[in-house]
Ligand binder design. Structure first.
Ligand code: TYM
Length: 330
């Protein structure tokens, strides 16, 4: 049976970017691949790479777990778990630290960007973040890893680490394949459309959170930054604002950019933004209704307990193999 895995960091409430770039396609892939095991986890150890308020972190962990299900994941073939409840992630990342190089970690774009934003110093965990991410993936010998565009570089490093280990210690890890959606893999900030929409950003006007009031989300769409031309046309370089909104529109409706351009020919940005606000509002409403049912149910705990058991079973088996290969223990 093939396996697919992905993770979301509980550093805040997931955004429309997380949804369109990753979480929305998780459910789609699950219905398209009935013979595949789906492993999804809340990457809470990754959250600790930047300072977190413990109380908020706990709540965010629960929210992310519930949102996976609210975005449409079904229980069949699903292993949903919390990273910190499966110690083999950290165990494997410890081994990988010894075969990862400072130079390759220094080249990671996300590290370079995040480093600039740290007020009280840069944690060593932020630096070794991609090593833990490689462990998350390789621990389960997964075939596919669906992620947004910003994680592609980390995924490439993961493959390098896997190949390096296999070459040094003998065939041990499956080399995974990344899956990114054609549209929506990089949703930009609504106020600064040259910057990625990010759940950890301080200014929230450019960011739509999956659990925010629908009216507030609609307002954000309507006040999104666009150019003065008022022609609905996809041109990422010269018209980043409207192009970003078009990618959100296209990702929700599956309409091509050409079709959207035709639909709004002769109309201004006002009509387009109103329609898009409705589309996003309806999408959020559906997610929030499901989220409310899940967050207060015992079912979430049952699913997470089952997930913890399965992930620990797979993880422990793999870690024993890896320890043997590298010569650890008695
Ligand atoms: P995180 O929590 O930052 O993001 C979760 C997923 O959402 C995608 N994403 C976006 N897609 C489109 N537009 C955006 N603006 C946008 N922002 C985020 C991300 O690409 C990601 O797929 N390192 C990961 C979590 C992780 C992981 C893993 C993922 C830890 N271990 C192993 C896959 C496999 C992260 O920070 O995701």
């Amino acid at each position: 049976m093939k396996k697919l895995l992905s993770g979301v960091k509980p550093t805040g409430i997931p955004t429309l970017g997380n949804y369109l770039g990753a979480m929305k396609q998780f459910a789609q892939l699950q219905s398209e691949m009935p013979d595949c095991e789906f492993l999804f986890f809340v990457a809470d150890e990754h959250a600790l790479t930047t300072p977190q308020n413990p109380k908020e972190l706990k709540q965010n962990i629960k929210n992310v777990a519930a949102l996976y299900l609210a975005c449409g994941l079904k229980e069949e073939n699903l292993t949903l778990f919390i990273q910190s409840e499966v110690p083999s992630h950290i165990q494997l990342s410890g081994i990988f630290e010894s075969i990862s190089y400072i130079g390759e970690l220094e080249r990671m774009t996300q590290y370079k960007e995040k480093k600039k934003k740290q007020i009280d110093g840069v944690s060593s965990a932020l630096f070794t973040y991609p090593v833990l991410m490689a462990a998350d993936i390789l621990l389960y010998d997964v075939d596919y890893v669906p992620v947004g565009e910003d994680q592609k570089q980390h995924l490439e490093l993961c493959k390098i680490i896997a190949n390096r280990f296999n070459n040094r210690f003998g065939e041990t890890f499956t080399i995974p394949q990344g899956i990114t959606p054609k549209i929506g893999a990089r949703i930009m900030d609504l106020q600064e459309p040259t910057k990625k929409m990010d759940k950890s950003s301080i200014d929230s006007k450019g960011c739509i959170y999956l659990l925010e009031p629908v009216s507030s989300a609609k307002k954000k769409i309507k006040s999104a930054v666009t150019d003065s031309e008022s022609i609905v046309k996809y041109d990422k370089t010269n018209k980043p604002g409207i192009s970003n909104l078009m990618s959100i529109y296209s990702s929700i409706t599956n309409f091509s950019y050409k079709k959207i351009e035709k639909l709004y020919q002769g109309k201004g940005y006002g009509d387009f933004k109103s329609d898009l606000a409705e589309l996003v509002g309806n999408e959020l409403k559906e997610i929030q209704t499901k989220y409310q049912e899940i967050i207060s149910s015992e079912q979430l705990n049952i699913i997470l307990n089952k997930g913890r058991e399965r992930a620990n079973f797979l993880g422990n088996k793999k870690i024993a193999k890896v320890y043997k290969k590298v010569g650890l223990g008695r």
